[in-house]
Design a protein around this ligand. Structure first.
Ligand SMILES: Nc1nc2c(ncn2[C@@H]2O[C@H](COP(=O)(O)OP(=O)(O)O)[C@@H](O)[C@H]2O)c(=O)[nH]1
Ligand SMILES: [Mg+2]
Length: 333
């Protein structure tokens, strides 16, 4: 049954498989979510709707930081710690930086060597499909599917570039920012945005001869965080020293996340954040669809070039040009 082509599997087979913990069917459902074929998309949405009924909830953690900060290696070590707590773990690895070398999947799988062999773990490289940092509405849908599949913790690895950390912030509960020891010097240069959305900072590779400099970085980041407004009222962001090689601080990170989840659940912020995220996803999808329909519209396509030329030669204003195209889209003339 499981090797039937995607379109031959029924929605019931998918839903039963996913909620019953089949990694194989979860994986194939994510392929449907990522597909650009309208029939695949429609089926994916039906499956998703049915899966939501399971009402399952995971702890969703976003891991962000520059390429080479140690994200994938951290997830391997952190994931193994979660398994020791008897938790099931899903990892959505997004690494657009290494897609250039074509080694994204292999690279990350290699760094999650032990994790990837465990039956309680689901690892999925997520298609970046042109979105900054690889996070898109499809990533959010994938998270919802993993949640329905009963994973206790969902980890999303994303590269902190441009707006991507803001996007990942719209789909996870907790954001951990990974920083290399010694990067405290660059604090001035770090975009405030990425620090503001972090719920905790981990100084990575705090082992061997880097231990001293990691301590200095910890103090630097603590000082920097004190200057920032609170992200979640009442939550004091911690800076933790971690080493994925010798295990330093890994258990502390999970303690910190657990404390955060317990507090946010108790004071209602978890519910309100998730509602806000769903609202955002709703309108992001509407905007995406409208844009796609607009640019795919044959009347718009027919008029675009001329309107653009008129705008560029200042024959008409960009505003009039936009109105002309929208008019063509709405078939007003
Ligand atoms: N010494 C040391 N090296 C590490 C640690 N974590 C990662 N590395 C190394 O740093 C490099 C980048 O790690 P990777 O996890 O791929 O970073 P990513 O690009 O942020 O996912 C690799 O060569 C790792 O072996 C650590 O805790 N200690
Ligand atoms: Mg990585």
């Amino acid at each position: 049954m499981s090797h039937k082509p995607l379109h031959e599997l029924s929605v019931d087979e998918f839903v039963d498989g996913i909620t019953g913990g089949s990694r194989h069917l979860l994986s194939r459902a994510i392929t449907l979510v990522e597909s650009s074929r309208p029939d695949h998309e429609a089926k994916a949405h039906t499956i998703l709707d049915r899966c939501l009924a399971a009402g399952r909830r995971a702890t969703r953690i976003g891991i962000t930081g520059s390429p080479g900060a140690g994200k994938s290696t951290f997830i391997e070590s952190f994931g193994l710690e979660l398994l020791r707590h008897g938790l099931r773990v899903a990892v959505l690895a997004i690494d657009p930086s290494s897609t250039r070398s074509g080694g994204s999947i292999l690279g990350d799988k290699a760094r999650m060597e032990q994790l990837s062999t465990r039956p309680e773990v689901f690892i999925r490289p997520t298609a970046s499909s042109g979105y900054l940092g690889g996070t898109s509405p499809r990533t959010h849908e994938t998270i919802l599917l993993c949640e329905a599949a009963g994973y206790d913790v969902i980890i999303v690895e994303t590269v902190g570039v441009g707006q991507s950390e803001i996007v990942v912030n719209s789909m996870v509960d907790f954001i951990l920012l990974l920083m290399l020891p010694g990067s405290g010097d660059e604090l001035q240069g770090i975009k405030r945005g990425i620090m503001e959305i972090a719920d905790a900072v981990a100084i990575t590779k705090a082992d061997g001869e880097r231990t001293g400099i990691a301590q200095v970085s910890k103090s630097d980041f603590e000082a920097a965080l004190r200057l920032l407004p609170e992200k979640h009222p009442g939550w004091k962001r911690k800076v933790l020293l971690t080493s994925s090689l010798d295990g330093t601080g890994i258990a502390e990170v999970w303690q910190n996340v657990s404390k955060f989840m317990a507090e946010m659940q108790a004071n209602g912020q978890l519910d309100s954040t998730r509602q806000e995220q769903l609202r955002l996803l709703l309108y992001t999808i509407v905007e995406d669809r409208l844009k796609r329909e607009f640019f795919g519209n044959p009347r718009v396509a027919a008029e675009r070039e001329l309107v653009e030329r008129h705008v560029l030669s200042s024959t008409i204003s960009p505003f009039s040009g936009a109105m002309t195209l929208l008019g063509a889209f709405r078939q007003e003339k």
